[in-house]
Design a protein around this ligand. Structure first.
Ligand code: NAP
Length: 521
């Protein structure tokens, strides 16, 4: 029997009383560890986090909590090799892709440690200046932000077991709000190990950081009016969370990061072989293959001027053809596995669905696997689809509606009458709100105009022009300084964005009083 990972809950390490769910190696098919949450006293654990963890955290200042984040970052850095081993085994990712998750998470934690210092030795945050409420300046209104006196429940997706934890936990803990994380079962091991290392190091007060691995059953039922829940995952589960009675009846604050049909747009006037064209092709191919396309921010729709459809198809396909797929332990491999058999099946089904309205321009389904048995390994090569012409872009609704969570994207040509990108903008907007779009070109005015046109339907607009070729951070990389989240279909959530992330964990209050009282705040 494989090891049953303990949960850290109610201030103690405790294993579930059930048989548990087995986590497997998606390349070798071997059994790794088990997780289980059966028998946990959920009411006691949530109560403990609120009472013990919350109170102890709030007794500290922002600067003190920032120092704890920095200490946690050091602990994680020291154990980095173990995290890489777990990610290779449980997520089937190559080193570079593990880096995005493991080092991305540690970097985000460190960034909040630095930003938190600037908040100083205070217990709440002033929100703007005092405003007069009448002619006499004596009676004024001052808004303040105070940490909510509840817990933050994180329900996370399988694709970022490290980053998905720390990008949420850093702002929550800095705010003074205790965290209970429930990682996605398929890849819970890495999250569990990181939490274990940080808890064992005794950095945060007991109850500040808890983890429940296994079933989510009953977790949402524990939430009370001052708690918050931050969910990352599929649109279907997001709908369950959003309509849960604690959200509708107790006004529990909820943040949703769901799926997203992101896009990349090559602006008109950039012929094949120009620098902007080449940057576009490189970024698209990279985004399709990083983490085997299992990134919420990955490019799913590739928009090009209609006249460049074939040139773009050729150039992107040529890059994809160089992607070696298979066992991440083999150094020749550039792209590892999907996370599970279920995901492999879902990707194949999604591809078949898209193929109903698109043709295959580069077929990854026949790619030979390196060092991996195709009957066992959850590996698949990258596939580029295309809708043929601009009319196809209008009529192929599946391309705009469907997120295939794997190395799959579709080339979508647009009309460029009078060098306009109006058609491209209309097509991008058919994604119904996305996390990110990226724009490629060399005309600053045209790029800025396109960014303004697309801003309201995106959380982030990433612009790649030749002058930032070596500087830009990448379409899919989520930087802690910038907002992550998107409107509409992407869930309507907001995360990160520097200290803006703290808003979710604070309550805003208007204090109306005399200037003498406000001065004492
Ligand atoms: P998922 O199946 O929706 O699961 C997400 C989480 O919800 C898991 O922890 C899951 O637990 C839990 N869960 C399932 N049913 C639940 C219920 N009834 N009540 C409460 N929790 C429940 O999503 P996934 O397959 O892990 O992740 C892939 C999706 O996430 C993709 O669509 C991707 O686009 C999206 N994603 C979005 C972002 C973003 O920031 N916008 C980031 C990453 C991923 P179990 O694992 O135990 O079932």
């Amino acid at each position: 029997m494989t090891e049953l990972l303990p949960n850290y809950f109610n201030g103690t390490w405790q294993t579930g009383t059930g048989a548990g769910t087995v986590l497997t190696d998606p390349v070798l098919g071997t059994e790794l560890v088990r997780v289980d949450a059966t028998g946990l006293d959920l009411a006691a654990g949530f109560g403990f986090a609120r009472a013990q963890g919350g109170q102890a955290l709030r007794a500290l200042t922002y600067r003190q909590r920032a120092a704890m984040l920095a200490a946690a970052q050091k602990v994680l850095q020291a154990n980095r090799d173990a995290y890489y081993d777990i990610a290779t085994a449980n997520s089937g990712t190559v080193k570079n892709d593990t880096d995005v998750d493991v080092d991305g998470g540690i970097f985000t934690l460190g960034t909040y440690a630095k930003m938190g210092e600037s908040l100083g030795d205070t217990h709440f945050i002033m929100d703007g200046d005092a405003a007069r409420l009448g002619k006499d300046p004596l009676f004024q209104s001052q808004h303040i932000l105070s940490p909510t006196r509840g817990v933050a429940l994180f329900i996370n997706a399988f694709n970022f077991p490290s980053w998905g934890l720390w990008e949420k936990a850093a702002p929550a803990l800095l705010s003074g709000v205790p965290v209970i994380v429930k990682p996605a079962t398929a890849t819970a091991w890495l999250t569990q190990r990181m939490v274990k290392d940080v808890v064992d190091a005794g950095i945060f007060p007991v109850g500040a950081l808890s983890i429940v691995c296994g079933s989510s059953a009953g977790l949402m039922d524990q939430l009370q009016p001052f708690d918050v829940v931050s969910f990352t995952g599929s649109a279907d589960t997001a709908a369950v969370i959003r309509s849960h009675p604690v959200v509708t009846q107790r006004s529990v604050r909820v943040n949703i990061e769901a799926d997203s049909v992101n896009s990349a747009v090559l602006l008109p006037g950039e012929a094949a072989g120009t620098e902007a064209f080449d940057l576009f092709v490189k970024e698209v191919a990279r985004e399709m293959t990083v983490k085997s396309g299992q990134k919420c921010t990955a490019i799913r729709r590739i928009l090009v001027p209609e006249a460049l459809y074939h040139a773009a198809a050729q150039a992107i396909s040529a890059r994809l053809a160089k992607t070696t797929v298979g066992n991440p332990r083999n150094e020749a491999v550039r792209m590892g596995a999907l996370v599970s058999r279920a995901q492999l099946v879902a990707v194949r089904e999604g591809l078949d669905y898209l193929k109903g309205q698109a043709t295959v321009l580069h077929d990854g389904s026949t790619a030979a696997l390196v060092d991996a048995d195709p009957a066992v390994a959850c590996c698949v090569g990258p596939t580029l689809l295309g809708v043929g012409n601009a009319d196809g872009s209008d009529t192929s609704d599946r391309v705009h509606d469907t997120e295939v969570f794997g190395p799959v994207a579709t080339l979508v040509p647009y009309r460029t009458t009078d060098n306009s990108i109006a058609h491209a903008v209309a097509l991008v907007r058919r994604g119904q709100g996305s996390l990110v779009t990226s724009l490629y070109g060399s005309d600053p005015q045209a790029l800025a105009w396109a960014a303004r046109e697309l801003a309201d339907s995106h959380g982030r607009v990433h612009i790649i022009s030749p002058d930032v070729a070596a500087l830009h951070t990448g379409h899919g990389n989520v930087m802690p300084q910038s907002l992550h989240g998107g409107p509409g279909r992407a869930g309507g959530g907001e995360e990160l964005g520097g200290l803006r992330a703290l808003n979710f964990y604070h309550r805003r209050t208007a204090i109306q009083a005399s200037t003498a009282v406000l001065g004492q705040l």
